[in-house]
Design a protein around this ligand. Structure first.
Ligand code: NAD
Length: 261
């Protein structure tokens, strides 16, 4: 199926995990893709893989999504390279510092907010004008069940706060942009097998958090284990495509019933 023939997508965090799987799927279905990430080697690998699928369909862009100047330049570069923009997948995120609230430094707190929230804001801020000029667009944001449906990830207060904030931001943006036919939806995965644990920075005091109950983190009744990045890529591709043309402001959980336990 070539749902994305002639379309251009920006995918942030495209060097790994959910972003990578979505880039591969969308490229197979005809999209041109700008791969935004700050880990160059991994992203260059994804770029090579996409160019094997279809020569010239990929552009790796070295950018920290929380940096306004670099994000503005990266979006400009993408639009100049591919000649327009149709889809934005604001997906880059980190677990960041985890630990007891009183032990987290202001830098710990702000780093997670910068990447997960400010990075999402900038991913919309600089891309919206290009979709407005096309009279159409689809934006998808990656939140999480943590902070929305599930609160038992002890020590993850900065992360969960950003993930709740992304849902509010997506709904505000959906209403604001509906008259321009730009749709905005947000997906909340449960545990997915990716490299995200490499972005976790536990404080020394993490062990001191008393975990009062047995909690079933990562158990997914539907799958007997974590989901796959491809599971999320399928959902995101649907939301990016015209098949979902009447869906905006939706928050869709994709967790194999993990958050119902
Ligand atoms: P991942 O670590 O495999 O991939 C994330 C990518 O984002 C990495 O390549 C990383 O380099 C990139 N990135 C991080 N900070 C960046 C920045 N400032 N600028 C540009 N790129 C940056 O992790 P993933 O699991 O694929 O994560 C993708 C999204 O999914 C995140 O928003 C995460 O919070 C969310 N999520 C993941 C899970 C899970 O269990 N894996 C569950 C729910 C939500």
């Amino acid at each position: 199926k070539q749902r994305f023939a002639g379309k251009t997508a920006i995918i942030t965090g495209a060097g790994s995990g959910i972003g990578r799987a979505t880039a591969i799927k969308m490229a197979r279905e005809g999209a041109n893709i700008a791969l935004f990430d700050l880990v160059n080697e991994r992203t260059a690998d994804v770029e090579r893989k996409l160019n094997q699928i279809r020569k010239g369909c990929a552009l790796a862009v070295d950018v920290d999504t929380s940096n306004p100047e670099r994000m503005e330049a990266a979006v400009k570069k993408t639009v100049e390279h591919f000649g327009g923009l149709d889809i934005v997948f604001a997906n880059a995120g980190i677990n960041g510092s985890i630990g007891p609230i009183e032990e987290l430094s202001i830098e710990d707190w702000q780093r997670t907010l910068n990447v997960n929230l400010t990075g999402t804001f900038l991913s919309l801020k600089y891309t919206i004008p290009h979709m407005k000029s096309k009279g159409k667009g689809s934006i998808i944001i990656t939140s999480s069940i943590n902070g929305n449906r599930r609160f038992a990830s002890f020590g993850f207060s900065p992360y969960s706060t950003t993930k709740a904030g992304q849902v509010a931001f997506a709904k505000m943006a959906a209403l604001e942009l509906a008259k321009f036919k730009i749709r905005v939806n947000v997906v909340s995965p449960g545990a997915i097998s990716t490299n995200i644990d490499q972005s976790t920075e536990p404080t020394e005091e993490l062990e001191s958090i008393v975990i009062p109950i047995e909690f079933p983190e990562g158990q997914q009744p539907l799958a007997d284990g974590p989901g796959k990045p491809e599971d999320v890529a399928n959902l995101v591709s649907f939301l990016a495509s015209d098949e979902s043309s009447h869906i905006t402001g939706a928050h869709i959980v994709i967790d194999g019933a993990e958050s119902l336990l």
